[in-house]
Write a protein that binds this ligand. Structure first.
Ligand SMILES: *Cc1c(COP(=O)(O)O)cnc(C)c1O
Length: 373
């Protein structure tokens, strides 16, 4: 409220002002990125990043399949062709094995992509030491979609700073919010400068309005940036609370045939969402769990439906980690995103856990009776 009030008091109610500049600096200080560009959404950041990397009509772009659609929509904005890459089971992020397969195909077919979009899913870092060398070998730049990963690290380095360009989202559902917003970060000064130019309607440096290139109205408002500055101050508390929620589920669910999203020892997750998978031979499936919670007015959801299974991308190529089955598809079938809001009380968490326990107990009893009969 203090930063927003300042914006009103100084009458900078615009996509320009002190909060925008300071928010960019603060994100740089926090993530150790050299440059930042505050934007209206994270999606806008991915779009400008792809443009900067020269993605044009009919170019190929690789992208994680297990993600939210906004990771790959910008590929379509530019008329380019997405190719989807499977997950690995350790963090559910892009599989180096599947990425390697995709590059071998692209090399054979002369379809080397202009960029690879790699997501840090559910607040946990991708395996950069495995993924970066593959992209380097083919000389293809990385766009890091760290929309969900602010505050997460990999071997001591912040998520968002592994790609040529990284983005964070401050949409209302993310770990911190500006109500809606995003930011692009990079060590490449030229990239941020060019992206700034496009994000402010491609105005040439002359007195009148002169335009040589298409532009976008993609800058963040000074009001939103004020919210972001305040939110950044409580990010550490948010992460601590999210981690606590995750650990409560981990303890509370340990006797059930479910597993929490694996936590890698390579980094620190921000625990944005507490997600679990139901064991393959379990008596209950994903939808039965979601229904049981819904009956008690508790919202849970399936894991992201992989992009290669979406009707919009039905003609897109997909490279799987395994021969017969895809990891992403398996996670979609068995995965449940549990309520993870930082406002949850101990009582809320306990209730969610006990409903799932009861549901499993009931299923077990029904099976017992049936096997006796
Ligand atoms: C939220 C999200 C985005 C989009 O960010 P917006 O700020 O909502 O445009 C992109 N990728 C992933 C993985 C996301 O979760």
């Amino acid at each position: 409220m203090k930063y927003v009030q300042e914006a009103f008091d100084t009458n900078w109610i615009a996509p320009v002002g002190l909060n925008v500049n300071e928010f960019e600096k603060e994100i740089c200080n926090f993530t150790k990125a050299k440059q930042a560009l505050a934007l209206s959404t994270g999606t806008a950041g991915i779009h400008l990043a792809l443009k900067y990397l020269g993605v044009k009509k009919d170019d190929y772009v690789f992208c994680s399949s297990l993600t939210f659609s906004a990771s790959c929509y910008p590929i379509l904005y530019e008329g380019a062709v997405p190719v989807f890459i499977d997950s690995e089971p350790n963090t559910w992020n892009m599989s180096p094995v599947a990425l390697e397969k995709a590059f071998e195909w692209a090399h054979r077919e002369n379809k080397i992509p202009k960029a690879v979009i790699i997501v840090d899913l559910y607040g946990q870092s991708a395996d950069w030491d495995a993924l970066i060398p593959i992209c380097r070998r083919y000389n293809v730049p990385i766009v890091e979609d760290a929309a969900e990963g602010l505050g997460a690290t990999y071997k001591g380095k912040h998520c968002g700073t592994f790609g040529e360009i990284g983005i964070f989202s401050f949409n209302g559902n993310k770990i911190i919010t500006t109500s809606g917003g995003g930011i692009a970060v990079s060590n490449d000064e030229k990239a941020i400068k060019k992206m700034f130019f496009w994000s402010t309607q491609s105005r040439e440096q002359v007195r009148h309005y002169e335009h040589k290139e298409v532009g976008y109205n993609y800058r963040m408002s000074n009001i939103s940036a004020g919210i972001g500055r305040g939110q950044l101050e409580i990010l550490a508390d948010r992460i601590a609370k999210k981690k606590y929620i995750f650990s409560c589920y981990e303890k509370g669910l340990k006797d059930l045939p479910v597993k929490m999203l694996p936590v890698s020892s390579d980094g620190q997750s921000n625990y944005w969402l507490s997600v679990m998978t139901i064991d393959e031979e379990s008596l209950l499936d994903r939808d039965e769990i979601i229904d049981a919670l819904e009956e008690e007015n508790i919202e849970s959801r399936p894991v992201w439906k992989p992009m290669h299974l979406q009707p919009l991308f039905s003609s897109s190529l997909f490279f799987s980690s395994w021969e017969r089955k895809s990891v992403a598809e398996d996670l979609f079938v068995r995965g449940v995103c549990l309520p993870s809001d930082s406002k949850m009380t101990d009582e809320d968490i306990k209730r969610t856990i006990s409903i799932m326990k009861r549901k499993f107990e009931e299923a077990y009893e029904i099976e017992q009776k049936q096997s006796l009969a």
